[in-house]
Design a binder for this molecule. Structure first.
Ligand SMILES: [Fe+2]
Length: 243
């Protein structure tokens, strides 16, 4: 299916870890003021900053649903928000996530999942993967090895697919886990990204100020890194790239 062309003034926004609740009892507000009515805050801020021709990168932990049919309430809510395209990857809490064909069939026109693939939208090339905790992280356990290996393969597949799309301006990488450890050290995901002409990388996953402070942000070796956890951003999508 051809992707509709966007205007030349397209902006790319990022947000992750929205943890939408979809009718469940509000259990998020116990985590602090930023989580009180956070869905309404995200919608209001999104409506304020995101234009209809813009692209939004949604970096996982989208909602608490455990089944795809439950998650569709949130997905349809995202579909109605401004932005011509919303690109999604899973977080570690998106238990409703399915294989590519199932998701693609279920998703509304404006929402595209990434699973080892890449997209070119009005000249901008987007790829990414969930990522995982890395072997050089102090919290890494032997049980993490399989998922880490799988996510490295998926990210490489997605980067290779991005390269095939002729990324004239460079590649935008969307991740859930940061390509840094909890101490802020570079991981094998970071080293893999460096092998490609990547210009931006968004990541989330973390929700604690001490961790936010330790995570590298801004320009590192030519790549613009953005921490996109919704609570870190005070529920407002952040500008990742502007044409
Ligand atoms: Fe999260």
């Amino acid at each position: 299916m051809p992707i509709p062309s966007m205007g030349v003034n397209m902006k790319i926004w990022g947000i992750s870890d929205t943890h939408f609740q979809n009718g469940q009892v509000d259990s998020m507000s116990k985590w602090g003021e930023v989580w009180v009515h956070h869905t309404e805050k995200i919608i209001a801020n999104w409506n304020t900053v995101v234009g209809n021709d813009d692209l939004v990168l949604i970096g996982g932990d989208i909602c608490w649903s455990v089944r795809l049919d439950q998650a569709m309430t949130n997905i349809n809510m995202i579909d109605r928000l401004p932005g011509k395209m919303k690109i999604i990857i899973p977080g570690n809490h998106d238990n409703w996530w399915q294989d590519y064909d199932t998701l693609r069939k279920a998703m509304p026109e404006t929402i595209h999942p990434l699973i080892g693939n890449a997209l070119k939208i009005d000249g901008q090339v987007i790829c990414g993967a969930r990522g995982w905790i890395s072997p050089n992280d102090p919290d890494f356990e032997i049980l993490d090895r399989n998922t880490f290996d799988k996510e490295m393969v998926l990210l490489k597949q997605s980067l290779d697919a991005a390269l095939d799309l002729d990324p004239v301006d460079g590649i935008h990488v969307l991740m859930h886990f940061p390509p840094f450890t909890t101490k802020g050290h570079q991981t094998p995901f970071f080293k893999l990204i460096l092998e490609y002409p990547v210009i931006t990388c968004t990541y989330g996953h973390f929700h604690v100020k001490k961790e936010w402070d330790a995570l590298p942000k801004g320009k590192i070796q030519g790549i613009d890194f953005h921490l996109t956890s919704a609570d870190y951003l005070e529920n407002k999508p952040t500008l990742v790239w502007q044409g």
